[in-house]
Design a protein around this ligand. Structure first.
Ligand code: NOJ
Length: 558
């Protein structure tokens, strides 16, 4: 397996709107991020992934871009960006930008031109079609409720938008459009940025003819644009034209990607991307009705899914490792216990992820164990996906309480409440009223409290990050699941040369006994990290685990 700095790195995702507000307008900004670089340095991360900071009317908080080469007014200016980049580099921290090129804002000049007439040179930059019998060109549903097509009376045609109607899809079949995107990417890379996280990048190639999806009413058309016919060709072109000329880190967000496809996207000989964000583990608590149709997740499925990705990509591609981000609920509320065992379970989940093979991503506030939030009324929510879904289900006659229950479990604003810096007003996020209310638990869960507590979740993350720097085994070692059928324990090993680590995780509040499998032969056991204090002389062939206990042992293979 080839070594690479991006395999050895730990990435920290910043959602700028919610990170740190420096000017009191209630919205996080670039100067706020600059003022917290020391914090990130202390945590020990190597790369920041910045969710979009480009000019945007904010229909989807920056994922609707109206100018790729300028900064959103609320976040600051290009000068602020240059300063952020310079200061981060001074601290040895790299910056990875979000690249949102499946769609733009409808306020992007390309779209303004495109919709102006059928013969405008930019008409073909987007996907325009005639209606069918006074209805949309096909039956696809948008990710944010309602049809994926919007009628434009001016030219009597519809345009495709897989997300909101203010996010028209770009037409990647058009070579001129692709060239403009590559020019824009080079402009950022020449400025010195260190990589791209590519938003729904496996949606850019649509099946010719845009066929109807099976079923009545509006239907998910993913099979006609996820991993579409020209996707590898487009990514290889992008790699040839842009990526291959720089030393950078790339990750493609890819709903609906399988491990076999991920090998094609990330294989070393393929010249496409370094890694992908897959979603299989994020779908474990969704029923047939999709993300809002909540079902309990099972540890058995969780282990099988994580293991499948670990094993399938080993030596063939590269994994990204994440348990939450700005689109997902907080991991401690979802897979851990955000009540009695908050601290223990946050550390246990972090151990689970950070000891695996792949590049770990930490989402802002995760390192403090920030939790989901349960606002009592829809008026406190800001996310377009949540608000549209609420309206649609209420219209269909569902009980408010039932809909709010889904929102509390799965809504994206769970992850977007302002970062909890301290226990002062607005959690120390900023002086103005925050754009989204703070989570009331900031009084006890906040960075200032955790800095002063050596046993805090923050300091535990610091140690996990340091271990990855100390042991190349943690980066490159092979993974093996053990005790596959244990209902409460997730345990796995990693092996590299003559070394091995054993990761033991109790996923629940019970007290199961870990019994070492006979075929694990070891010498010189050393405890690398744990979330409880451990007696060094304990016989580790049989360990009575405490609620949500996590331990990592290092052995020499005997
Ligand atoms: C995925 C992003 O992570 C999400 O926040 C956004 O709404 C959609 N793509 C559309 O850009």
């Amino acid at each position: 397996m080839k070594r690479a700095w991006w395999k050895e790195a730990v990435v920290y995702q910043i959602y700028p709107r919610s990170f740190k507000d420096s000017n009191g307008d209630g919205i996080g900004d670039l100067s706020g991020i600059i003022s917290r670089l020391d914090y990130l340095k202390e945590l020990g991360i190597d790369v920041i992934w910045l969710s979009p900071v480009y000019k945007s009317p904010n229909d989807d908080n920056g994922y609707d871009i109206s100018d790729y080469q300028d900064i959103m007014d609320e976040f600051g200016t290009l000068e602020d960006f240059n300063q952020l980049l310079a200061e981060a580099h001074k601290q040895g921290i790299k910056i990875m930008m979000d690249l949102v090129v499946n769609h733009t804002s409808d306020e992007h000049p390309w779209f303004v031109e495109s919709r102006s007439s059928k013969d405008n040179p930019k008409r073909d930059y987007y996907i325009w079609r005639h209606g069918q019998n006074g209805k949309e060109p096909n039956n696809w549903v948008s990710c944010f409720s309602g049809p994926a097509w919007e009628y434009d009376a001016h030219t009597d045609e519809y345009y495709l938008h897989i997300f909101s109607k203010k996010q028209p899809d770009l037409n990647w079949e058009n070579p001129q459009l692709r060239k403009e995107i590559y020019d824009m990417m080079r402009w950022w890379l020449d400025k010195g940025i260190d990589g791209f996280r590519m938003d729904v990048i496996n949606f850019i190639s649509k099946v010719e003819g845009l066929p109807d999806a099976p079923g009545e009413g509006y239907q998910w058309g993913g099979q006609f644009f996820m991993n579409g016919p020209r996707i590898h060709e487009f990514l290889q072109e992008m790699n040839r034209e842009v990526l291959s000329s720089y030393d950078l880190i790339t990750v493609g967000e890819m709903p609906g990607v399988s491990p076999e496809q991920a090998v094609l996207y990330t294989g070393e000989d393929r010249q496409e991307l370094h890694m992908v964000f897959q979603f299989e583990h994020m779908d474990l608590d969704s029923g047939n009705g999709g993300k809002w149709d909540i079902k309990p997740w099972s540890l058995h499925d969780f282990k099988q899914t994580m293991t499948k990705w670990q094993v399938s990509l080993s030596g063939k591609g590269w994994n990204s490792l994440y348990l939450n981000n700005h689109d997902q609920p907080r991991m401690v509320s979802r897979f851990g216990n955000d009540g009695e065992f908050h601290k223990e379970s946050a550390k246990m989940l972090a151990t689970c992820l950070h000891m695996m093979q792949g590049t770990p991503y930490i989402y802002q506030g995760e390192e403090l164990g920030m939790t989901n939030v349960a606002f009592s009324t829809i008026d406190d929510y800001r996310d377009i996906e949540t608000i549209n879904m609420f309206r649609e289900r209420i219209q269909q006659g569902e009980e408010t309480e039932h809909v709010m229950h889904s929102i509390h479990a799965k809504g994206r604003d769970n992850a977007r409440t302002p970062m909890q810096w301290d226990d002062t007003e607005n959690a120390g996020f900023g002086k103005g009223t925050p754009w989204l209310p703070v989570n009331p638990n900031y009084v006890s869960i906040n960075a200032r409290q955790q800095w002063s507590d050596p046993d805090s979740i923050f300091h535990y993350y610091q140690r996990l990050i340091q271990l990855r720097k100390q042991y190349e085994l943690i980066v490159y070692g092979s993974y093996e699941l053990i005790l596959a059928d244990h209902p409460e324990i997730y345990a796995y090993t990693r092996k590299w040369k003559n070394e091995q680590i054993l990761v033991i995780l109790n996923f629940f509040a019970g007290t199961p006994v870990f019994e070492m499998p006979q075929d694990i032969r070891f010498a010189q056991p050393k405890l690398l990290i744990s979330n409880y204090s451990v007696d060094q002389n304990e016989n580790i062939r049989n360990i009575s685990l405490r609620p949500y206990e996590a331990r990592v042992y290092h052995f020499i293979i005997s």
